[in-house]
Unconditional design. Structure first.
Length: 261
């Protein structure tokens, strides 16, 4: 089944901020509760060691992504901070993640374009569960910017099977009804928009389904990389990563400048 690029409500400028932030808070909560992205820690450690990076620049960070669970697994003597960025930064959520990270995680409060990252943002680039938001030409531009600036990049998506992922997404509203009271900090707006006017669960159901249909397969990622000028100067590792205890794995792309071997 080929990728289908349908509209996601979260991406639209007219999406109300409390609804968008409620959705990203949910994704952050589940990423750190389920810890599926921790399965990528060994690959990411090897990547960081090989390129000698002293930090990570996370793009499209949303509400903070998986970093509270993942950052301790990547910590090493002399390693730099993890800097979270986004084109629509949820500053309150990113500030909470930073405060809870014991100094491992920082963030940028200004918008950062993933396809035009400021040159001063040194370190390995990462994108977790957000690459599918971009159309092929936009996604290619993100990779091309990393290649042009000679920055290692890792992209990880939260599923390796579109149709099975869609079936699991259908269970998400029920999970939200059960688990939303556990999300911290407590917010009345989140409660009201989940139980009284269930816009956040509807957003998660709709956008989650669309996200699964949007996810790039390893074959599509290889096709994309092949069309990037200078891609031959990078070493590319593209594939899937099983997640223990989950029927759905991860899809990943890792690109390293050849000189980093």
């Amino acid at each position: 089944m080929r990728r289908v690029h349908l509209l996601e409500i979260e991406d639209q400028p007219w999406c109300p901020a409390p609804v968008r932030d409620g959705g990203t808070d949910w994704l952050h909560f589940m990423a750190n509760r389920h810890k599926a992205f921790n399965a990528m820690a060994p690959r990411l450690r090897r990547m960081i060691e090989r390129c000698g990076a002293r930090g990570i620049v996370d793009l499209c960070s949303g509400g903070g992504g998986p970093w509270l669970a993942l950052a301790p697994l990547l910590a090493a003597p002399g390693s730099g901070a993890i800097r979270l960025t986004d084109s629509y930064p949820n500053v309150a959520a990113l500030n909470r993640v930073s405060a809870a990270s014991e100094g491992r995680i920082a963030f940028c409060a200004e918008p950062v374009d993933a396809a035009n990252v400021p040159a001063g943002f040194d370190g390995v680039r990462t994108i977790f569960n957000a690459f599918h938001h971009f159309r092929p030409h936009e996604a290619r531009a993100i990779l091309a910017d990393a290649v042009a600036q000679r920055r290692a990049i890792a992209i990880v998506e939260g599923a390796d099977h579109r149709l099975l992922g869609v079936l699991l997404i259908l269970l998400m509203p029920l999970a939200m009804l059960l688990l939303t009271p556990l999300i911290r900090p407590f917010r009345w707006s989140r409660i009201l928009l989940t139980y009284l006017l269930p816009l956040i669960p509807l957003l998660a159901l709709f956008d989650g389904t669309v996200s699964m249909l949007r996810i790039y397969s390893p074959e599509e990622l290889r096709e994309m990389v092949a069309g990037i000028p200078g891609s031959e100067s990078f070493e590319w590792d593209i594939g899937t990563q099983p997640v223990r205890g989950s029927p759905v794995g991860l899809t990943y792309l890792i690109g390293l400048p050849v000189a980093a071997r």
